[in-house]
Design a binder for this molecule. Structure first.
Ligand code: MG
Length: 381
């Protein structure tokens, strides 16, 4: 049976941690959205519309450019709006089955698609869903009620309907409540919607830890890479110094083009080094006035992003600051916290240490501060 599809990849992914929105991250060395687009095409989709945020139109073209029968459009402010726009962009007969799917569920197969299309033979709609197997409780921080799970299902996507009927149902949705799936919208028009057994592997990537489970499901094999970085800056007149993203009150400052945070610079270079992606000076040339005085936070975030773009993940980082003064110890926890935030890492993946050179050399003479960093990264094999 010929069908068309809308894949919604326009969400802002606020719950999935820092950085790139989840549809454009990688799982198993493949962009999350690409998994679903490939599966739809393999299952025989005549046309696939990918709905993406304005900022990610180009990302989509890069990630999917070599695939047939798809195009990307700009999404709306809500999922419902994005789906409506996607439906409007399809050029198919109103009786054509349309599958609406959330890009955040990457492990779609032809089998899922064909089961939905089969159910559409004698229903107005069909969704993949899993019976609730956990015991359900209602409450806030303590149980106020037990909920009977009999007859309860967890709705997944794709959800299948006839194109004309679903488009009409979206136009007719006037409730102020934001619908969270398409079955809700079609159901409001009295559609009969089949519950088709879903698949736990169609999990939705919602929280950062979901990516760990998804990598396991994808059977990702990793290669471990290590990089190191070194940076030094000279002491000059001032009243505070930025180190590892924390401003420490001090009677001098480090002199440099940006905020001269040698800890962040060394760590940025360590991460770029681990993925063989040049160095900080290449990505943020000191000759470029736009980096003058900027917070080095953005350099480190950028390096973390470069790892994610490659489908990789940072395992741990370790920074050593070498100076006689200021005392680092009192600020160490704050530094670790800040680095963990900037890299979206658990705290135990971040170490900050300090040492002196017992008066020897330029750090000993307090002419400058030296920072060293090492980063371990995993990339898909
Ligand atoms: Mg530097």
């Amino acid at each position: 049976m010929s069908f068309v599809a809308v894949i919604v990849a326009a969400g802002s992914s606020l719950r999935a941690g820092a950085g790139l929105p989840k549809p454009w991250r990688q799982v198993g060395g493949k962009i999350v959205t690409r998994w679903s687009v490939e599966a739809m095409i393999e299952a025989g989709a005549a046309q696939v519309i990918v709905v993406a945020a304005e900022d990610h139109q180009e990302t989509a073209r890069k990630a999917l450019g070599d695939l047939p029968n798809w195009s990307v459009i700009v999404g709306g402010a809500s999922r419902a709006e994005s789906v409506s726009l996607g439906l409007a962009a399809l050029s198919a007969d109103p009786e054509t089955p349309v599958l609406v799917h959330d890009a955040a569920r990457p492990f779609l197969t032809s089998d899922h698609v064909h089961r939905l299309l089969a159910a559409l033979e004698d229903h107005d709609g069909a969704i993949l869903a899993l019976p609730v197997t956990d015991t359900l409780k209602r409450g806030d921080d303590q149980i106020v009620d037990n909920v009977d799970r009999q007859g309860l299902w967890r709705a997944q996507t794709p959800q299948a309907f006839r194109l004309g009927a679903l488009s009409q149902a979206y136009k007719a949705w006037t409730s102020q409540t934001e619908p969270t799936d398409d079955a809700q919208v079609a159901g409001a028009q009295g559609a009969s919607i089949a519950l088709v057994p879903g698949d736990p592997r169609l999990m939705k990537l919602t929280y950062p830890e979901d990516f760990t489970m998804a990598e396991a499901l994808a059977g990702t094999r990793w290669r471990t890479r290590t990089g190191m970085g070194v940076d030094a800056h000279r002491w000059g007149p001032g009243d505070g110094v930025w180190l590892c993203g924390i401003l420490i009150p001090f009677d001098q400052t480090l002199v440099g083009h940006s905020d001269a945070d040698a800890g962040l610079h060394a760590l940025t270079d360590a991460i770029l080094g681990a993925i063989g992606d040049g160095d900080i000076g290449e990505h943020f040339p000191p000759s470029d006035p736009q980096w003058k005085g900027v917070s080095s936070d953005r350099f480190l975030r950028y390096a973390g992003e470069r790892v994610r773009l490659r489908g990789g993940r940072i395992v741990n980082v370790d920074v050593t600051l070498i100076c006689e003064q200021p005392r680092i110890r009192p600020h160490r926890d704050a530094m670790r916290q800040r680095l963990a935030e900037l890299l979206d890492l658990p705290l135990d993946g971040v170490s900050v240490k300090a040492t002196t050179t017992e008066g020897m050399g330029y750090t000993g003479r307090q002419e400058g501060l030296l920072a060293q960093a090492i980063a371990t990264v995993e990339l898909p094999a």
